[in-house]
Design a protein around this ligand. Structure first.
Ligand SMILES: C[S@@+](CC[C@H](N)C(=O)[O-])C[C@H]1O[C@@H](n2cnc3c(N)ncnc32)[C@H](O)[C@@H]1O
Length: 290
């Protein structure tokens, strides 16, 4: 099944339908218009693009850094990505069919590129156009000529430019807190994610936080009536300590190898788990709507 922009996009905030699409513009019934750059809808309100600090901050980050957060070289992040993909695979089993999936804050597409086996439609969204352009390239390489379920959109989690009740699964990985939002905006994101989820659907959240702030996650998620299935810790704090120990040597080959070593990261994870809840930086939440 092919999905046209009009089948899933709407104007951010007002949620007005899209009426017209030209070579370089998308126009909604509320007369707001959005750029279409290189085939990618930029569904941010104009005032946002000019004034919103987060938009400018993340876009500058992607323009000035080849791979922000160096995910592909850091074993704890690789394990976290494995964990997210595993949860989507579990959702997929529960659903019993290919899904309509949204990956919010998809960055360069590290996770997005691994989700296509589960997707009928897979929308990668980020606030940065540079990230989205690179994510598209990465994901299209990953499918290597197979059926292409991908669509890419620039937008903000605080005002999702998607129709209500549309997605079977939503991934918000290193989002809520990682997006530098106030508490009020975090609640708004939760409400937006709930809005775009189908009546039977699943979502996964992960966040990198000091353990004393982990307790903030559940009350934020409780602002909508979905069911919180699990809140889990990823027990990766020892790995981050190990990373800071190697900071001075991080350009040396041996240090890079050690930091990219997933088996060693797993060993540290087992150790951290034995030491208790304070030994996790990442917290994850699995929710479902029914
Ligand atoms: C810490 S990275 C996480 C990347 C990836 N999801 C992962 O788990 O590895 C956060 C990403 O969210 C994007 N982002 C920041 N604010 C956003 C917002 N309001 N809406 C959507 N994406 C946002 C950033 O540009 C960045 O690519």
């Amino acid at each position: 099944m092919t999905y046209s922009f009009t089948s899933f996009l709407c104007a951010p905030d007002s949620q007005s339908e899209i009426t017209q699409i030209t070579d370089n513009q998308i126009i909604a019934t509320d007369n707001t218009s959005y750029l279409l750059i290189d085939g990618i809808p930029v569904m941010l309100k104009k005032e946002w693009m000019e004034k919103e600090n987060a938009t400018v901050f993340f876009e500058n980050f992607y323009q000035s850094t080849e791979e922000p957060w160096e995910y592909s070289e850091r074993a704890a992040e690789l394990l976290r990505h494995d964990y997210v993909v595993e949860q989507v695979a579990n959702f997929s089993k529960l659903l019993g069919r290919k899904a309509v999936i949204l990956d919010i804050g998809c960055s360069l597409g590290h996770i997005t590129a691994r989700l296509h086996p589960y997707a009928e439609l897979l929308v990668g969204m980020d606030i940065s156009i540079t990230a989205i352009q690179k994510a598209r390239q990465h994901c299209l390489q990953a499918i290597a000529g197979q059926n292409n379920p991908y669509q890419f959109v620039v937008g903000s989690a605080t005002e999702l430019p998607f129709k209500s009740n549309f997605f079977d699964m939503v991934v918000a990985s290193d989002g809520l807190h990682g997006w530098h939002l106030s508490d009020n905006l975090q609640v708004r994101v939760v409400k937006e994610i709930y809005r775009v989820m189908k009546p039977v659907s699943y979502a996964i959240f992960t966040d990198y936080l000091h353990p004393r702030l982990h307790a903030k996650i559940e009350p934020t998620l409780c602002n909508v009536p979905w069911h919180i299935d699990r809140i889990e810790l990823l027990y990766d704090r020892l790995w981050y300590r190990f990373e800071s120990l190697l900071k001075t040597f991080r350009h040396r080959g041996w240090a890079q190898k050690a930091l990219a070593n997933k088996s060693f990261a797993l060993f540290l994870k087992h150790l951290a788990k034995k030491m208790g809840k304070s030994q996790s930086k990442h917290i994850a939440a699995i929710v479902h709507k029914k």
